[in-house]
Design a protein around this ligand. Structure first.
Ligand SMILES: Cc1ncc(COP(=O)(O)O)c(C=O)c1O
Length: 430
């Protein structure tokens, strides 16, 4: 591979660079426990024309914008080889979960806007029908495609990945997505869950062939015990198959496909989005959307990225806390003093939107960058607003969990009269 077609990732915290052919762009290689740097690897973007092809599978349609595709081409694989990798995954996803990836519905919801008291247009991207019932599969499909490219092209990076198990800490939509993709990819997966995980989710994970590891809280430990056990597994060689960008830069990149579809869908409808409300737990979704919309705006697909409003619950709002502390601080400097802004939420949170109770917003930095760039901010939705948003969405035919409609609760919290608002509804209500 020559210098110009190398596929590089760079850490926004320390500037370390990773050549994705030589080493997997998962965790920043310079990350050290306690170094107080916000390490996340993101692809270095080459100048690429926005794709105008019509495929409905986002991993085909947006392939030119995806680093594993560029890696495949740079390693000498033909375009058809990528089509085959994606096509095989798609067929196996259909066997395992009934469907592969397709552009998800985007529609104006005037009745829902009215019911929510929003005097303006409201566009909803419905991810409840996506692979495994949420947008989470987008994040992890790109990790799987990277693994396949590395193996198929026999890249040097593949040697360290061979015969490794996948690992994730989650007991919700991310775990379900990981288990569906791991089953389709025929890779072994360990899922680290708390003792009180939903029995229905655990049963589905087992049915998909995942190995369940129950993690008790240890008195001396701060932070999520499942995440700590997951980190230990990764330190022992497992492939990080979760949706925290800190552990796997590719997972964030996979989520950008949602913004790409949104930008194209809004353009096709002749709509200029003013404001985007996004539910935030670990922060992968909002950071992927921020980056994806920034790329779409830079490519002229939309005039400018919508204002990013990040929605958390009163029970657990580490992003809001970080944003207040950030004030006008320089973002590059903040990435080197992470602990001043982000640390685990001290109290055990409760909310009907339990999927966004991550005790740290792992990907807070890229969200802060997106909010700064677009004039956005975090908001806190009350429990009443979270309940109401879920009920209104259900009435509008959007059967999502309260976690997955928390973006809509953000609109209730912070109205945007006369503006065109966009929300992502995700996480099928089970
Ligand atoms: C349906 C749904 N929406 C949004 C989120 C938030 O995503 P993130 O953790 O990337 O902030 C989650 C997380 O579990 C989710 O399940």
């Amino acid at each position: 591979m020559t210098g110009s077609d190398r596929v590089m990732f760079r850490c926004h915290g320390c500037g370390a660079e990773v050549d994705a052919a030589l080493a997997a762009p998962f965790r920043c290689p310079q990350a050290r426990a306690g170094d107080d740097v916000d390490h996340v690897l993101a692809p270095v973007e080459p100048a690429v024309a926005w794709p105008s092809i019509a495929e409905v599978d986002p991993f085909l349609r947006y392939r030119a914008l995806l680093s594993p595709y560029r890696l495949a081409r740079a390693a000498g694989l033909p375009d058809g080889a990528w089509m085959e990798l994606v096509g095989t995954l798609d067929a196996r996803l259909a066997e395992v979960d009934g469907q592969g990836f397709r552009a998800t519905p985007l529609a104006a919801q005037p009745a829902l806007a009215g019911a929510a008291g929003h005097a303006g247009a409201l566009w909803v991207k419905n991810e409840t029908g996506n692979v495994s019932g949420s947008h989470k599969a987008r994040h992890l499909a790109l990790v799987e495609l990277y693994l396949r490219v590395a193996e198929t092209a026999r890249l040097p990076a593949a040697a360290a990945l061979a015969k490794r198990r996948l690992a994730i800490a989650s007991c919700g939509n991310a775990a379900l997505a990981a288990a569906v993709i791991a089953a389709a990819a025929r890779r072994p997966l360990d899922v680290f869950i708390p003792p009180d995980a939903s029995p229905a989710v655990v049963e589905r994970l087992r049915a998909l062939g995942a190995s369940i590891r129950v993690c008790e809280r240890r008195p001396s430990e701060a932070g999520d015990p499942c995440f700590l056990r997951f980190l230990e597994a990764v330190a022992g060689g497992a492939i990080p198959f979760g949706v925290q960008g800190t552990e796997n830069g590719l997972a964030i990149e996979g989520g950008r496909t949602l913004a790409f579809e949104l930008a194209d869908g809004l353009r096709a409808a002749g709509v200029r989005p003013d404001v985007l409300y996004v539910q935030v737990g670990g922060g992968a979704l909002a950071s992927a959307l921020a980056q994806g919309f920034a790329l779409a705006a830079a490519a002229g697909v939309i005039a400018r990225a919508p204002r990013l409003v990040a929605v958390q619950t009163a029970g657990c709002a580490p992003l809001s806390r970080a944003w207040s502390r950030l004030g006008r601080d320089d973002l590059a400097g903040a990435a080197r003093r992470r602990g001043r802004y982000m640390w685990p939420w001290e109290t055990t949170p409760h909310s009907v939107a339990h999927g966004i109770l991550d005790d740290e917003t792992y990907d807070w930095w890229a969200i802060a960058e997106g909010m700064r760039a677009t004039g956005g901010r975090p908001v806190i939705a009350s429990e009443a607003q979270l309940h109401l948003a879920q009920a209104l969405a259900a009435e509008a035919g959007l059967p999502a969990s309260a976690t997955g409609t928390a973006g809509l609760a953000g609109l209730l919290t912070a109205p945007a009269p006369g503006e065109t608002a966009v929300v992502v509804v995700s996480g099928l209500d089970r």
